[in-house]
Design a protein around this ligand. Sequence first.
Ligand SMILES: [Zn+2]
Length: 97
Amino acid sequence: MLLVNFLEFLLVEIAEGSRTRTTKTGNAWQCRFGCPTDETVDHIFLTCPYLQTERDQLRTICLAIDSQYCLPTLFTHPELKVPVERFLLEIINTPPT
Ligand SMILES: [Zn+2]
């Protein structure tokens, strides 16, 4: 039986990808969209300017379910499971700049 759920798998995929890919600067941990910072969960879900539109879609769902936009909500609320998975898949499928 598979013990890791899909969301956990996607987060690991991003982390693993960060370790093996190379950006123009040679910093494998750098945000794949070119921000001069590490690609962390906080950066992706809270601050990356290149993902603002996608985050706004998640914020809209948070408003609809009367929940605060924060990592615990994003990773635990059932209404957000599929949208967060799609958000992460989109990121994984974006090649580093
Ligand atoms: Zn970024």
